[in-house]
Design a protein around this ligand. Sequence first.
Ligand code: AMP
Ligand code: ZN
Length: 118
Amino acid sequence: MSDCIFCKLASGAIPSNKIFEDDDVLVFHDIHPVAPVHFLVVPKVHIVSLAHAEVEHQALLGKLMLVAARCAREQGLVDGYRTIVNTGAGGGQSVFHLHAHVIGGPGLSPRIAEVVTY
Ligand code: AMP
Ligand code: ZN
Protein backbone atom coordinates (compact mmCIF):
# COMPACT_ATOMS: atom_id res chain seq x y z
CA MET A 1 0.00 0.00 0.00
CA SER A 2 1.82 3.08 -1.25
CA ASP A 3 0.08 5.54 1.07
CA CYS A 4 0.38 3.44 4.24
CA ILE A 5 2.72 4.93 6.83
CA PHE A 6 3.58 1.54 8.37
CA CYS A 7 4.35 0.05 4.93
CA LYS A 8 6.74 2.96 4.42
CA LEU A 9 8.35 2.33 7.81
CA ALA A 10 8.50 -1.43 7.13
CA SER A 11 10.21 -0.92 3.76
CA GLY A 12 12.65 1.62 5.20
CA ALA A 13 11.28 4.35 2.90
CA ILE A 14 10.95 6.48 6.02
CA PRO A 15 13.12 5.88 9.08
CA SER A 16 11.87 4.50 12.38
CA ASN A 17 13.35 4.27 15.85
CA LYS A 18 13.90 0.57 15.33
CA ILE A 19 14.13 -2.11 18.04
CA PHE A 20 14.09 -5.26 15.90
CA GLU A 21 13.69 -6.25 12.27
CA ASP A 22 13.67 -9.42 10.22
CA ASP A 23 12.05 -10.48 6.92
CA ASP A 24 8.55 -10.59 8.43
CA VAL A 25 8.39 -8.07 11.25
CA LEU A 26 9.49 -4.56 12.21
CA VAL A 27 9.46 -3.36 15.81
CA PHE A 28 9.90 0.32 16.61
CA HIS A 29 9.25 2.85 19.35
CA ASP A 30 5.87 4.61 19.17
CA ILE A 31 6.30 8.25 18.18
CA HIS A 32 3.81 9.30 20.91
CA PRO A 33 4.53 6.98 23.83
CA VAL A 34 1.81 6.62 26.47
CA ALA A 35 4.07 4.82 28.96
CA PRO A 36 7.80 4.73 29.77
CA VAL A 37 8.15 1.90 27.23
CA HIS A 38 5.82 1.89 24.23
CA PHE A 39 6.69 0.10 21.04
CA LEU A 40 4.82 -1.32 18.06
CA VAL A 41 5.15 -4.77 16.52
CA VAL A 42 4.27 -4.57 12.84
CA PRO A 43 4.11 -7.25 10.14
CA LYS A 44 5.85 -6.15 6.95
CA VAL A 45 2.95 -7.40 4.84
CA HIS A 46 0.02 -4.98 4.67
CA ILE A 47 -2.89 -6.39 6.67
CA VAL A 48 -5.48 -3.70 7.37
CA SER A 49 -6.43 -4.89 10.86
CA LEU A 50 -6.81 -8.02 12.96
CA ALA A 51 -10.31 -8.30 11.52
CA HIS A 52 -8.75 -8.63 8.07
CA ALA A 53 -6.31 -11.41 9.02
CA GLU A 54 -6.80 -14.75 7.26
CA VAL A 55 -5.84 -18.33 8.01
CA GLU A 56 -2.75 -17.82 5.83
CA HIS A 57 -1.55 -15.26 8.41
CA GLN A 58 -1.80 -17.66 11.36
CA ALA A 59 1.94 -18.29 11.73
CA LEU A 60 2.71 -14.59 11.26
CA LEU A 61 0.25 -13.62 14.01
CA GLY A 62 1.95 -16.07 16.36
CA LYS A 63 5.32 -14.66 15.43
CA LEU A 64 4.16 -11.12 16.24
CA MET A 65 3.35 -12.25 19.80
CA LEU A 66 6.66 -14.05 20.28
CA VAL A 67 8.61 -11.08 18.91
CA ALA A 68 6.61 -8.79 21.22
CA ALA A 69 7.59 -10.91 24.22
CA ARG A 70 11.25 -11.04 23.24
CA CYS A 71 11.44 -7.30 22.64
CA ALA A 72 9.62 -6.61 25.92
CA ARG A 73 12.25 -8.65 27.74
CA GLU A 74 15.04 -6.84 25.91
CA GLN A 75 13.46 -3.47 26.76
CA GLY A 76 13.61 -4.41 30.45
CA LEU A 77 9.91 -5.08 31.06
CA VAL A 78 10.66 -7.87 33.52
CA ASP A 79 7.60 -7.20 35.72
CA GLY A 80 5.14 -7.40 32.86
CA TYR A 81 3.54 -5.27 30.20
CA ARG A 82 0.32 -4.79 28.26
CA THR A 83 -0.13 -5.91 24.66
CA ILE A 84 -2.95 -4.23 22.74
CA VAL A 85 -4.26 -4.63 19.20
CA ASN A 86 -6.72 -1.85 18.42
CA THR A 87 -9.03 -3.07 15.68
CA GLY A 88 -11.17 -0.80 13.52
CA ALA A 89 -12.22 2.78 14.17
CA GLY A 90 -14.51 1.62 16.98
CA GLY A 91 -11.57 -0.17 18.59
CA GLY A 92 -9.41 2.94 18.54
CA GLN A 93 -7.32 1.99 15.52
CA SER A 94 -5.88 5.04 13.75
CA VAL A 95 -3.26 3.45 11.49
CA PHE A 96 -4.92 0.85 9.31
CA HIS A 97 -2.01 -1.56 9.07
CA LEU A 98 -2.18 -4.29 11.72
CA HIS A 99 0.10 -3.69 14.70
CA ALA A 100 0.42 -4.66 18.35
CA HIS A 101 1.24 -2.07 20.98
CA VAL A 102 3.46 -3.14 23.86
CA ILE A 103 3.35 -0.73 26.78
CA GLY A 104 4.99 -0.99 30.16
CA GLY A 105 7.32 0.44 32.72
CA PRO A 106 6.85 2.26 36.02
CA GLY A 107 3.36 3.72 36.53
CA LEU A 108 1.45 1.40 34.24
CA SER A 109 -2.06 1.12 35.61
CA PRO A 110 -3.37 -2.37 36.41
CA ARG A 111 -6.68 -1.20 34.93
CA ILE A 112 -7.00 -1.70 31.20
CA ALA A 113 -9.15 1.43 30.87
CA GLU A 114 -6.27 3.58 32.09
CA VAL A 115 -2.83 3.59 30.58
CA VAL A 116 -0.83 5.12 33.39
CA THR A 117 -1.56 6.02 37.00
CA TYR A 118 0.21 9.38 36.98
P1 AMP B 1 -3.48 2.82 16.68
O1 AMP B 1 -4.22 4.01 17.20
O2 AMP B 1 -3.68 1.57 17.48
O3 AMP B 1 -3.71 2.61 15.21
O4 AMP B 1 -1.95 3.14 16.88
C1 AMP B 1 -1.18 3.84 15.96
C2 AMP B 1 0.07 4.27 16.67
O5 AMP B 1 1.05 4.58 15.70
C3 AMP B 1 -0.10 5.50 17.56
O6 AMP B 1 0.22 5.17 18.91
C4 AMP B 1 0.89 6.51 16.95
O7 AMP B 1 1.52 7.28 17.92
C5 AMP B 1 1.86 5.60 16.21
N1 AMP B 1 2.55 6.18 15.08
C6 AMP B 1 2.00 6.83 14.03
N2 AMP B 1 2.95 7.21 13.17
C7 AMP B 1 4.13 6.78 13.66
C8 AMP B 1 5.50 6.85 13.24
N3 AMP B 1 5.86 7.46 12.10
N4 AMP B 1 6.46 6.29 14.02
C9 AMP B 1 6.11 5.69 15.17
N5 AMP B 1 4.85 5.57 15.63
C10 AMP B 1 3.87 6.12 14.89
ZN1 ZN C 1 0.60 -0.94 5.27
